[in-house]
Design a protein around this ligand. Structure first.
Ligand code: DQA
Length: 144
């Protein structure tokens, strides 16, 4: 079983970026955390981060036939990108949407999620632990 974890724009700035909202830990620490969870669970994983919508669409398309499930935090593209929604629908792999912050309690423009429309589950406001929940969900889902 192999999972793909995608992080969108500005998540490479974790630790520097609005620590009151996103926490003090860096993107490298997030990748380390994800690898730790996946090693413990016996799941192979690849982490991908990009600030570019098209690069994220390309990586989702490349997951077809290569990975078994997708964990995605599309960051700001969550609220704008029909292209990412369509890519997730195109590859029809089980996907889980993750947000570090509790977007429900934030601005109106964060209340819509296009990517979420193609995801089986959404985990929000749990910080790094949200990625663990998503990984555990996909593992159980794929073992079924
Ligand atoms: C985010 C929430 C988005 O609204 C925001 O644009 C981000 C990060 C989160 O993880 O909480 O960049 O996806």
């Amino acid at each position: 079983m192999k999972l793909l974890v995608i992080n969108g724009p500005n998540l490479n700035m974790l630790g520097i970026r609005e620590p009151g909202v996103y926490g003090a830990q860096t993107y490298d620490q997030l990748v380390e955390y994800i690898h730790g969870v996946c090693a413990r669970e016996g799941v192979a994983v690849e982490c991908f981060q990009s600030n570019h919508e098209g690069a994220i669409v390309d990586r989702i398309q490349n997951a077809y036939g290569r990975e078994d499930g997708i964990v995605i935090n599309p960051a700001a593209y969550t609220h704008t990108s029909v292209a990412i929604l369509d890519a997730l629908k195109a590859v029809h792999l089980p996907a889980v949407e993750v947000h570090l912050s509790d977007v429900r309690k934030r601005e109106d423009f964060r209340q819509i999620s296009y990517a979420g429309m193609a995801c089986e589950k959404t985990v929000i406001g749990l910080g790094f632990q949200g990625y663990e929940e998503a990984i555990l969900y996909l593992k159980a889902r794929l073992e079924r």
